[in-house]
Design a protein around this ligand. Sequence first.
Ligand SMILES: [Ca+2]
Length: 384
Amino acid sequence: MSQEDFKDGIQRLQNNLDAHFQAVQTNIEGQHTEIRNSLKETSAQEDLGATLNRTEVQFMAVNTEIKNQLQEIGSKIITKEDFANSIQALQAKLDAGLNRTEELRMMKITADANDELKSQANTLKDTINYLQSQLKISKGQTKIKEDILNGKEEHLKNKDQQISDLRNKIKLIETTTISKQSEQSSKLSEYQIKLREMEPFKVTSASSPPGWTVIQRRIDGSENFNRTWNDYKSGFGKVSGEFFIGLEKLHRMTEARPHELYIKLGKVNGSTSYAHYNDFKIGSEKELYELKNLGKYSGETGDSLTYSKNQKFSTINRDNDNTSDLNCAFSFGAWWYHKCSESTLNGKYFKNGKGFEGIHWGSWHDNDWEISLTFVEIMIRPKS
Ligand SMILES: [Ca+2]
C-alpha cells in the first residue's frame, strides 16, 4: 500500500467515523431530549438528568479524542506497525463508544422505567379521578339525604302546627263544655280562695264571661247593702246570691297580683252591658281602701268609674269623700267618692228600676238619676 493510498484510507476512515459519531451523537441527543421530556414530571428528574449530562460529557470527550488521534494519524508518516497499533487503538475507542451507546441504551431502559413510573402516575391519577368522582357521587347522595331530611323537618313542622291547632280546638271544646255545664246547672259554681294571713273564703265564678271571680252581685234586692265600714271591710251576703266580697280581700288579692276588672250591668227591661278596666288595684285599710289603679277602660256602658280613681272608700259611718258639707255614701251607698261620683253600684235596690238613691252607672243611662239598675255583677281576674 502506497503512502497516498494509506492517507486516502485514513481519510475515508475518518469521514466514516465522523459520520458514525455524528449519527450516534444525534441519536443520543434525540434520546436525551426524549428522556428529559419524559422526566419533566417526575421527582427523579434531577438525578437522571445529572447522569445523562455526565454520560454525554464523557462521550464527547471520547469522540474528541478519536478525532484528535485520527488527525494525528493523518498528519504523520507512519509505519505499518504504527498503523496496526493505531487501528487497534481506534478499535478500542470504537468499542468504548459502543459501550457508551450501550450505556445510553441502558439510559433508554431507565427511560422505560420512567415510562413505567409515568404509567403508575397515570394509574394514580386515574385512581384520584375515580376517588374524586366517588366523592362527587357521595356529595350528591349527601345532598339528596339533606333534601330528604329537610323534607322530613318541614313535615314535622306541619305536624307540630297540626298538633297546636288540635290543642286549641280541644281548649275551645273544653271552654265551651264548661260554659255549657254552668249554663245547664243554673247554679253558679263556688270555690274557696286562700290568702296570706286570712281565713279561706268562698267566691263564685261568673255566669259569663267564664274565668272571672265575682266580687259583688246585685240581682233581687234580698241583701242589705246599707252597711258600716267594718261590714264593707270584711264582706257580707251569700256568694251564691247577693253579696260583697270585702275590701280587705280585694286589697290582698289585687296587691298580690295585677288584676282586671269587669262590670256587667242590667236594666229592668232585661238589657245588659259591660265595662272593662285592665288594671284594678285597691289600697290597704291604712290607705282607706283607695281605688289605686283602674287602667284603661273598654266596653259598652261608657266609663263612669275613672272619676272615682284615687278616691278613698266611704260608708255610711265613714266619710272619706271630698265634699265638706255631706257624706255621699249616706245617700248613695258605700263607694269610692270624690265630690260624690258617676257610679253608685252599692246604692239602694229598686225592683222597678226607678229610684234617685238607687244603683247608677251614669254614662249608660244619660246621667238620668231616676233610673236604677236591677243587675250588677262586678268581677276580677288575674292579668295574664
Ligand atoms: Ca264629705
